[in-house]
Design a protein around this ligand. Structure first.
Ligand code: OSB
Ligand code: MG
Length: 381
């Protein structure tokens, strides 16, 4: 395989309007924010990545402003002019910075894309080359849809009807105290057979165990991150009190967290977000551990633009990803994305892995520029 040398790195703040408000237990996502990373190699190849940092530090600690700062001041300078023999070398080159997994992941993703393009491989096929035989891409990702907290139950039911009619085979509903049992009951009553799950984004404590056990009657696929965003121990105490499997999102920042959670019985299912664990290198280690230990696994989302979405679809097409992923079609999020073509839902609730090299979607320069302008307008006082 051909190595790459990093000539330059450009960073673009992302600001894309959503078609539908997205409200979670930690607040509203006012628009799709993030940092887009463009890596240019000595050969003139452009690699693209997306750091899924947010406007508010409500899901994780990182924001767009911390992401830009950490990338610009500390991460990018360590890569300029550096020759990279394989993208899995990148985490070691960024290890001098503690934390900041979301920021790191976008830079690593851009290098994965540049490397795949240099070697005329789809990103999905490059991932498979880092795995044992038998882990080739299925060329599509099985997906579901994540629905935010709505003003009323009726409004939620309307959206669920729309998404089911569009072909989504798995529905995830955001919950919080006071927006949980009745919600699950109403959706389950109308859709007795659909794959249904809930995501609390850390809105409960162990003292709510009896309350959460009331959700067991709704035959849920899983309940995602009910307790503290850094907690593993309390989840291990909660799981024996529930029939519903616990899925961890926020709490699992690396492979060691997963091993600990498995050891103490805190986790039944893993939501793997490449951004949350610092990128695709750590994601591949986690993937392999799940494959070897039969841990149910799916790929989560952060409402990414087409750049992050394309890379996540590639990863989600790997065969040990055993449950539907939080990666929906482009029209669930945006009227117009920053890349083309849009991702379209197939009738079997899947998205196709694009055919081209690397992430396989075309980044539209004028839309990146418009997105940067919107960010700048919103942040100039
Ligand atoms: O907890 O999974 C989450 C979006 C932003 C922050 C946290 C979460 C989410 C989602 C989005 O659920 C899922 C998607 O990208 O469609
Ligand atoms: Mg979640």
């Amino acid at each position: 395989m051909r190595s790459i040398t990093i000539l330059s790195v450009n960073l673009y703040p992302l600001h894309l309007p959503f078609l539908e408000p997205f409200i979670t237990s930690f607040g509203e996502e006012p628009f799709k924010a993030g940092v887009i990373v463009e890596v240019t190699t000595l050969d003139g190849i452009h690699g693209w990545g997306e750091s899924p940092v947010e406007v508010y530090p409500g899901y994780g600690a990182e924001t767009v402003v911390t992401g830009l700062h950490i990338l610009e001041e500390f991460l990018v300078p360590n890569l300029s002019g550096v020759m990279i023999n394989h993208p899995t070398e990148v985490p070691a080159l960024l290890a001098h910075v503690r934390g900041n997994a979301h920021a790191k992941s976008g830079l690593e993703a851009a290098i994965w894309d540049a490397y795949a393009k240099t070697n005329h491989l789809r990103l999905a096929d490059l991932f498979a080359l880092s795995l044992p035989p038998g882990h080739g891409s299925r060329n599509k990702a099985v997906v579901g849809v994540s629905i935010g907290i709505m003003p009323t139950l009726e409004k939620t039911l309307e959206i669920v009807r729309k998404r089911v009619a569009q072909g989504y085979a798995r529905i995830k509903l955001k919950i919080k105290p006071g927006w949980d049992i009745d919600l699950a009951r109403a959706v389950r009553a109308e859709f007795p057979d659909i794959m249904l799950m809930l995501d609390a984004n850390s809105a409960y404590t162990l003292a709510d165990a009896d309350h959460l056990a009331q959700l067991d009657e709704f035959n849920l696929l899983m309940i995602e991150q009910p307790l503290g965003h850094e907690d593993i121990y309390d989840h291990s105490q909660l799981q024996p009190r529930l029939k519903t499997p616990i899925c961890l999102d926020e709490s699992i920042k690396n492979l060691n967290d997963l091993k600990l959670a498995l050891q103490v019985g805190a986790i039944g299912v893993l939501n793997l977000k490449p951004g949350r664990v610092g990128g695709f290198t750590e994601s591949l280690r986690i993937y392999q551990h799940c494959a070897e230990n039969n841990v149910p696994l799916w790929i989560g989302g952060m409402l990414e633009s087409g750049i992050g979405r394309a890379a996540n679809v590639a990863f989600a097409s790997l065969p040990a990803v055993s449950l539907p992923c939080d990666i929906s079609a482009t029209d669930r999020y945006f009227a117009e994305d920053i890349s083309e073509p849009p991702f379209v839902l197939n009738s079997d609730s899947t998205l196709n892995v694009p055919d081209g090299d690397g992430i396989g979607v075309q980044v539209i320069g004028s839309r990146i520029a418009e997105s940067v302008d919107r960010w700048t307008d919103a942040n100039s006082f």
